[in-house]
Design a protein around this ligand. Structure first.
Ligand code: SF4
Ligand code: SF4
Length: 265
């Protein structure tokens, strides 16, 4: 069996991921290499609105200014067969939480006898139109079909219809929502030694996390509120779900040390 010798290891040590790992502190917990600064030393909260600020609220073109910035606008969300089936199973329940035009689209397609999955899925094609054999969430216009824009007293907020459905039914997001969505902005990067790195899509990592720059530089990632929760706290349920309670306890125990070192407790 082929193994990576010292010569090739040196080659990998100096690519983007290798350089990042050399420059950033990590800790291995239960076989997972954790990017300490991003997982423990970063504040993060999805409030569904910090990404929706309008650039101009005063001028005469106020109504024409496009809302931009959230991660559900123009996302590329691949779906496994199991994920497609889960969403299809909960589709009727999710419909009332969808934006009116998206709901009308799905209902019309269903009335025409379209297969349920075909109403919210799309095949991914390359530039020449060749089917790549991957299924992704459908976009309506530029938005994910499940994206909803709410006008609330405090301003605009982007919401996910699937997430809204899960909350009211007492379901965990991962019971229906695609993995890519409930994991964002966390990500797992395979390493050359069979392990993987737990990190976050950011301006510094997006080239090896395979995220689009625009998604990795949202305000919630680029300029999080200085009094917001730490990312590992916001993602406590997700991290426990993926890696287990024991992993999370060990991660939690490292936090005071990491935050204390960076003077950010
Ligand atoms: S861009 Fe950030 S704040 Fe906006 S919806 Fe996505 S995760 Fe939430
Ligand atoms: S499924 Fe929900 S979280 Fe995922 S892209 Fe669509 S609206 Fe956003």
């Amino acid at each position: 069996m082929f193994t990576i010798g010292s010569e090739l290891k040196g080659y990998f040590d100096y690519d983007g991921l290798g350089l990042y790992l050399r420059a950033h502190e990590t800790a291995e917990i239960d076989g997972v290499v954790v990017d300490l600064r991003n997982i423990l030393g970063r504040r993060f909260l999805c409030d569904g609105c910090c990404c929706l600020q309008l650039p101009d609220l005063s001028g005469p073109s106020r109504q024409q200014v496009p809302v931009k910035g959230d991660c559900c606008q123009g996302p590329w969300v691949p779906l496994s067969t199991e994920e497609q089936e889960r969403i299809a199973k909960h589709l009727e329940g999710t419909l009332p939480y969808m934006a009116p035009e998206a709901r009308a689209f799905v209902e019309t397609q269903l009335a025409k006898g379209k297969e349920r999955r075909a109403t919210f899925c799309r095949p991914v094609r390359d530039r020449e139109g060749k089917d790549l054999g991957v299924t992704a969430l459908r976009l309506l216009g530029r938005n994910c079909i499940f994206r909803v824009l709410h006008r609330e007293e405090t301003g605009l907020r982007v919401r996910c219809a699937i997430h809204g459905y899960c909350l009211t039914r007492g379901l965990a997001p991962w019971e229906v929502k695609p993995l890519y969505c409930w994991l964002f902005p966390l990500t797992l990067v395979p390493l050359y030694n069979g392990r993987f790195l737990l990190t976050v899509h950011t301006r510094e990592t997006y080239q090896f996390t395979q995220e689009q720059k625009g998604q990795a530089t949202k305000p919630c990632l680029n300029s999080p509120a200085s009094n917001g929760p730490w990312l590992y706290q916001s993602f406590a349920s997700e991290l426990k779900h993926i890696f287990g309670e024991g992993f999370y306890q060990k991660l939690n125990a490292l936090a005071p040390q990491v935050l204390g070192r960076s003077g950010r407790t």
